[in-house]
Ligand binder design. Sequence first.
Ligand code: G1P
Length: 306
Amino acid sequence: MVHGMTHSRTRISKAVIPAAGLGTRFLPATKATPKEMLPVVDKPAIQYVVEEAVSARLSDVLMITGRNKRPLEDHFDRNYELEEALTRKGDESRLARVRESSDLATIHYVRQGDPRGLGHAVLCAEPHVGDQPFAVLLGDDLIDPRDPLLARMIDVQEQHGGSVIALMEVDPAQIHMYGSAAIVPTGDRDVVRVTDLVEKPDTGQAPSSYAVIGRYVLDPAVFEVLKKTEPGRNGEIQLTDALRELSGRDVHGGPVHGVVFRGRRYDTGDRGDYLRAIVRLACERDDLGPEFRSWLRSYVTEEMQE
Ligand code: G1P
């Protein structure tokens, strides 16, 4: 039997979204509000991520949360008071927007008591996930809905078995901020075989300028590996280190393939990128875009004259 093919008969249906991070880069905004709730235009960042999971037909979502994350649960739950007030006003369009987030998917929550890293957060999903391959979506990465990535990764997992990560070519000067992958090509232009991984490599140590971005389709064998993974970079249990293990020859849970993403990705975990994401997404909106674009054009023209 081909390695890793054992689990791929039923279609992947579970998505895990780690959301236990402290969001220190956005303090003081994130002092009492989870960073996942920061609005990108008029929707909290986390809602884009859940919508992406749903559009890849992952209808069972598990969020790994921590302290101070109650607003996340409230956001994806009904708000009867608000719904009633909008109904009384006859404000159908806002009512629909309020209901959108609670009707999206079945969302489950588990707490990561002790934040010991992304690998540890993923391990908290084991009882819920069981023995089927599953997806992991990191909340800081927004993938433009017009450039679907996850559905392609699921196809690749179904085709090759094992685990699949998302890779993006970045400026070599930026690779130290990511996991970096050693890769070999396959017959598919957008698919590579991953032969090694390094989490946030020191200067000159990166195996390539292909960065791991926050989408994964994992074989459940990753849980056993995570249990044995020692703390790595920043003293945290790193998912990248467990995947490195799976990328070895003939390892159960491998091989690891990478889908090379060439679409639009926004990193809402970084303040500059967060602002860029808002501007881009606002420009593209049918309702806000036309007016916002024309304001932006004159603002930029004025700025250039100074
Ligand atoms: C995590 C992963 C890293 C990956 C990055 C993508 O790091 O550990 O391998 O490149 O997400 O956003 P973080 O940014 O959470 O430190």
